[in-house]
Design a protein around this ligand. Sequence first.
Ligand code: CO
Length: 151
Amino acid sequence: MAIRNIVQVGDDVLRKKSAEVTEFDSKLWALLDDMAETLKKAQGAGLAGVQVGVLKRIFIVDYNDTIVEFINPKKIYESGTQIGQEGCLSVKGKYGTVTRPAKVVMEAQDRNGEKFRFNAKGFMAKCLCHEYDHLDGILYIDKATGVYEDK
Ligand code: CO
């Protein structure tokens, strides 16, 4: 496992659309393991492939100290709204106010290609939507009503 460099806003790669994962092989697993280590070191809530410069439809989230891996995720249901603060490991030193669904259901594949569904509400719903946006080149600052300096 290795810590990967987290790409920062201003780098064009963050604005690109990520591609579907088709190979569930050891190369993918190495990437996922590196992402987990990178996320832990950065003490973040989630990390998308594009944030380490890999344009694949992958993100991971820290769910109660367990890493959950989402590959080729699709939002299959969302409801309600919540307004809250968000930050991003690719937008260092800032946070912003963003409106997100209160609940979301995602369908994705795990590292072996098996499909699963994940029901999320509150903080996790916000987190999944934030990470999902990364796969389409969208950053929270595009949706935020205000972006502030974090001290
Ligand atoms: Co982010």
